[in-house]
Design a protein around this ligand. Structure first.
Ligand code: HPA
Length: 302
């Protein structure tokens, strides 16, 4: 993070610009949509036609994911003739990255001309009604690390990205959520499509039962270790956001429950259900041109 004392940052506007120029001089694709593939969801990039891939380690200043289930490359190309870029793998706070480094790719996407970011993740279900394998459209989030000062926008604000005090009450686009619901309905996903509040914890440990109960009481429907920093930075720089969370495990809220949550099992569950998410995403992208973001205010909140 850059501080008041040290006004240079590994993720400054100039670094973002340098990375953007590096990428744009190597690909003809000018994406309007960026997709972040969460744990076990790298397959979402399988629909990309005429793909061009850049491993993160080759891209100047890019953070490199160290987590199993995250390939670690950018895939440029077209889905249903729509120019897209996919992040196959992301970085997390628990890996030791600062949140401005974690969110660096989002600002690069903005400088490239991206309008909409789709963030996906694997999360643990807190809501009693949720089942393993459900897809949750993220309606809102709770930025728990942010409450403790772990926030990607802490430090001097660069107005070229956005304002000092951004509004987060509409972080997840109502029009995109509505479209995702409609597409889910058309695909006959209604039995396993949910909508809810995602809570970010820093990890890397999974929650204790008391912590899980607290998150539930606070209004969280699912919990995970990612996404919120990217969404916060995306909203700050004016991107539209769609969040899709795959419920890979039920979080234990009860001391009598014997299940033990494991990353490998979550990853396997995400891989099993990734195909359903891929179809949903492909159909949302196919209908993307129908979206009028200006009608947002006229939609009722859900
Ligand atoms: N807790 C935190 N993060 C997670 C979980 C969980 O239960 N499942 C997948 N990511």
């Amino acid at each position: 993070m850059h501080t008041k004392e040290n006004n240079t940052c590994c993720c400054s506007f100039d670094f973002c610009k340098e990375t953007t120029e590096w990428l744009m001089s190597r690909t003809w694709v000018r994406p309007k949509i960026a997709v972040v593939c969460g744990t076990g969801l790298g397959l979402l990039a399988d629909d990309v036609a005429d793909s061009q891939c850049f491993p993160y380690e080759d891209i100047p200043h890019f953070p490199i994911s160290t987590v199993p289930g995250h390939v670690g490359r950018l895939v440029f190309g077209h889905v249903n003739d729509k120019a897209c870029v996919f992040m196959q793998g992301r970085c997390h706070l628990f890996e030791g990255y600062s949140l401005c480094k974690v969110t660096f790719p989002v600002r690069v996407f903005k400088l490239m001309g991206v309008e909409t970011i789709v963030v996906t993740n694997a999360s643990g279900g807190l809501c009693e009604d949720f089942k393993v394998g459900d897809i949750m459209i993220i309606k809102d989030h709770i930025n728990l690390p942010g409450f403790a000062g772990q926030h990607p926008l802490c430090g001097p604000n660069d107005e070229r990205f956005g304002i000092r005090f951004p509004c987060m009450s509409d972080a997840y686009s109502k029009v995109l959520r509505k479209m995702a619901r409609e597409v889910g309905h058309e695909l006959d996903y209604s039995n396993f499509m949910r909508e809810g509040v995602y809570c970010m914890v820093s990890g890397p440990n999974f929650e204790t039962i008391s912590e899980a109960r607290m998150l539930h009481v606070l209004g969280s429907d699912s919990v995970g270790m990612s996404t919120v920093p990217e969404v916060t930075v995306a909203k700050h720089c004016g991107l539209q956001v769609l969040g899709l969370s795959l419920i890979t495990n039920k979080v234990s809220l009860d001391y009598s429950r014997e299940e033990r949550v494991q990353h490998e099992e979550n990853q396997a569950m995400a891989e099993m259900r990734a195909e359903l998410l891929r179809k949903l995403l492909q159909n949302v992208i196919a209908r993307y041109d129908e979206i009028d973001f200006n009608i947002m205010e006229t939609l009722n909140s859900h």
